[in-house]
Design a binder for this molecule. Structure first.
Ligand code: NAD
Length: 341
């Protein structure tokens, strides 16, 4: 192992995970990215093998490397173990979820999308405080869930978002909330974000918008948005909607950033409907690897990767099925590697 290489915990996952992770590491190796991989498997596959979707050895490794590239992990719906993704974010206090969306394929409905969703990643309705209340012979007669937001958590994500916006030469931050109905829960988020924002008013335009209106405005006139700052569940939902504006989940990367670590992944899940067919689009995970290159100050390599992806999609017109093309994951990956040489 070369001393100047950066160790990265590489987390294999479920469904299309192994296919897109292999494609992404091939591209990083073609780029000569200065990483050395510590390989682990998590999610349903790990659960079936060891009874734990997040093996302790892998968590210990992330504590050491502070950096991970992760394939999607399946979460059982309704029953079964708690989301390994949510647990990972909690374990390493990955409080900021950064999800950029940029138009890569021109000629569609929207040609100029360049948005960044910044989502609070550890609080809100995803804290897992929920239970049933039985009545008579129905054990599930009532379901109750609590959303929990703290002023310190709201302040931390707001500071992150405004600093990010300034650092990336963004012009505007839109605080997205539902403080008309959830007056205390998302009211605290709005109030705190506005207070934090006061120190940035000379550098940024700061506005706020109710989440349902934001959802509509995003499909009517997305170019009015720049950076969006919101709570956990609204950010989860809106980022899939935003992915839809740029051609789908196959093109949407994300980073989970905290004090103790940074974990990069695609926005999408394990896509079990297409797993094992060799047709998954690996671009989202490749772009997440590009975010990791930027995070580790390899901006030149990140730019080279993004240029190669753009050239293959736009000039070579080699695309996977989700983007209307016929290329397999392997053919698409090889086209990118060719562009890198
Ligand atoms: P999904 O994102 O896996 O798939 C939604 C749709 O998009 C499917 O039709 C799928 O085929 C398509 N799609 C997604 N990624 C694609 C790609 N790279 N190339 C081509 N098509 C792609 O969402 P889902 O089906 O709701 O969830 C499946 C599982 O993934 C669930 O267990 C869910 O909990 C999990 N999940 C994990 C993560 C994560 O690991 N961060 C994120 C979201 C969902």
């Amino acid at each position: 192992m070369s001393a100047d290489k950066i160790p990265v915990t590489l987390i294999n996952g479920d469904g299309i995970g192994p296919e897109i992770l292999e494609a992404t590491t091939r591209v990083l190796e073609a780029l000569d990215a200065p990483y050395t991989w510590h390989r682990f498997t998590a999610g349903l596959t790990a659960y079936d093998q060891s009874g734990d979707p997040l093996p302790q050895v892998m968590l210990d490794d992330i504590r050491h490397t502070k950096l991970a590239l992760k394939a999607p992990l399946t979460t059982p719906i309704g029953t079964g173990f708690r989301s390994a993704n949510v647990r990972l974010r909690e374990e390493f206090h990955l409080y900021a979820n950064v999800r950029p969306a940029v138009t890569l394929i021109h000629g569609g409905k929207f040609d100029d999308i360049d948005l960044v969703m910044i989502r609070e990643n550890t609080e809100g309705l995803y804290v897992g405080v929920e239970h049933y209340i039985p009545i008579d012979d129905d054990p599930h007669a009532v379901a109750e869930a609590s959303g929990i937001l703290t002023r310190s958590g709201c302040r931390r994500i707001s500071l992150f978002a405004f600093d990010y916006a300034v650092r990336h030469h963004r012009k505007k931050v839109t605080i997205v909330h539902k403080a008309n109905i959830l007056k205390k829960l998302t009211g605290l988020f709005l109030e705190t974000a506005q207070q934090v924002g006061k120190a940035y008013e000379d550098k940024l335009k700061i506005e706020d918008r109710i989440v349902d209106n934001t959802a509509m405005q995003l499909v009517m006139n997305p170019s009015q948005f720049d950076v969006l700052l919101t709570t956990n569940m609204f950010g989860d939902i809106l980022s899939d909607e935003i992915a839809g504006l740029i051609g789908g989940l196959g093109l949407a990367p994300g980073g989970n950033i905290g004090k103790d670590a940074a974990i990069f992944e695609a926005v999408h899940g394990s896509a079990p409907d297409i797993a094992g067919k060799g047709i998954a689009n690996p671009t989202a995970l490749m772009l997440a690897a590009g975010m990791m290159l930027e995070h580790t100050n390899h901006h030149h390599l990140a730019a080279k990767l993004k240029q190669a992806i753009a050239a293959v999609l736009q000039q070579d017109k080699i695309r996977t099925g989700d983007l209307g093309g016929t290329a397999s994951t392997k053919e698409y990956t090889e086209a990118i590697i060719k562009r890198l040489h």
